[in-house]
Write a protein that binds this ligand. Sequence first.
Ligand code: DX5
Ligand code: ZN
Length: 213
Amino acid sequence: MPRIKIAPSILSADLSRVNAEIKEVERYADLVHIDVMDGIFVPPTTFDAKFVKTIKTKAPLDVHLMVHEPSDSYIKGFIDAGAYSITIHEEACKNPIKQLNFIKQSKAKAAVSIKPATPLDRIKKYLDIVDMVLIMTVEPGWAGQKFIAETMPKVRELRQLKPDIDIEVDGGINPYTARIAFESGANVFVAGTSIFGKNDRVAAIKEILNSLK
Ligand code: DX5
Ligand code: ZN
């Protein structure tokens, strides 16, 4: 299995001081997770590429596009703003291969995500081209929801199919649920509330890491 990575999600951070918030966790963050919501694929609207450009950190930016049919120029905006990886949703794109190829051509890491009710079969044809798969462990759209354990068989099957791929889990991740996902085969852990909801964010990350030992 590839190495464990922690990806604090800034959705739960204090956005009025987002760079200070990131600074606090930077040393322990393998990725900084940025949830982009368009008000169409999911009801809320969040960050645009202009906002991403204002983020100053040494940590790679992991951009999660909860966006209906993102165009090449829209995706390029995030890559130009400094995105390291771009995740698109299978359910949001008519032909996800188009977006995945564009991301790869643009030299960013390409990832595909599925919602809790979407079967793994829907993305099996992309597994040879993506760098990472995001198995959503809550319905996309909001922070602070409860981890859906019924998504774990997809993580287990995917790990069997692809021993070396990055498998990211996102939603309701805390030390307890991270352990469950880890045992199923996940190695990239997005956490919003369980990190930025705590006063001591570094201690919160260490707690997650400790649960994976
Ligand atoms: C939900 C987002 C998540 C969110 C996770 O749609 O994709 O990244 O920030 O938040 P928590 O960790 O609070 O479930
Ligand atoms: Zn996310």
